[in-house]
Design a protein around this ligand. Structure first.
Ligand code: SF4
Length: 224
């Protein structure tokens, strides 16, 4: 693993690449954001935004989501992966919001993770984006990028990745770094085709170096 100093230098480079990174899930309030994050598991923000465009016109409150049969809600979100389970989770979440918080989304991390269907990542996103509290949610992009760069080990759990990143990055930057790492993973260090040839971190990136050596070996084998 690389040193904390080097890791922070890398985070600074990513900061310069994506100074305006922000949440790309379209929402108007904490409740819509919570629903959108719940829908975004194993699904792109783009797909979620297409679905929530009409979903948020039809459903405005937790009561609205509970007023329809589960099958109707499933049908409304069926273009999203895992829609059956996600619809169930939305209705469970709405019921717990009504039962525990008068239909409002609570504004502490502890209360959020106590809600049905809300995990660590969702709670962190809602805390930082909706309530402006520093938090660093680890999604698939943040995890992949942190591991490729050697900030974390490949065997690290998501919780461990979050612990390491929050120990390296100053708290005042957690939220922005979260968005910047997502943008870096979504638009530059892509899962299947990372842009290593045009990467300012290439010289220090173990994954980039590994891919470069593999490409050279392939070239050598093809030339023979
Ligand atoms: Fe990602 Fe490649 Fe850059 Fe490494 S060198 S961070 S793998 S794009």
């Amino acid at each position: 693993m690389i040193s904390k100093k080097k890791a922070l230098e890398m985070i600074d480079v990513i900061d310069e690449m994506f100074p305006d990174a922000e949440c790309e899930l379209v929402h108007k309030n904490p409740f819509e954001l919570t629903i959108a994050v719940l829908l975004s598991a194993q699904c792109t923000d783009n797909t979620v935004n297409k679905v929530t465009k009409s979903l948020f016109q039809k459903y405005h409150t937790p009561e609205d989501y509970l007023a329809v049969p589960l099958e109707e809600l499933q049908n409304d979100i069926r273009s999203i992966g895992l829609y059956r389970n996600k619809a169930k989770n939305i209705q469970k979440l709405c019921q717990s919001l009504i039962d525990q918080y008068d239909g409002q989304v609570p504004n502490t991390h502890k209360q959020l993770v106590g809600l049905a269907g809300v995990g660590q990542k969702t709670a962190n996103v809602v805390m930082s984006v909706a309530f402006g509290e520093p938090a660093l949610a680890v999604d698939t992009h943040v995890e992949r990028v942190s591991k490729r760069l050697g900030i974390c080990r490949w065997k690290d759990s998501v919780a461990e990745v979050e612990r390491k990143l929050t120990s390296i990055i100053p708290k005042s930057r957690w939220t922005q770094s979260h968005h910047q790492l997502i943008f870096f993973g979504r638009y530059h260090c892509l899962a299947k085709k990372p842009k290593c040839d045009a990467c300012p971190l290439f010289a220090d990136c173990r994954e980039g170096q590994k891919r470069h050596r593999a490409a050279l070996r392939l070239e050598g084998a093809t030339a023979q």
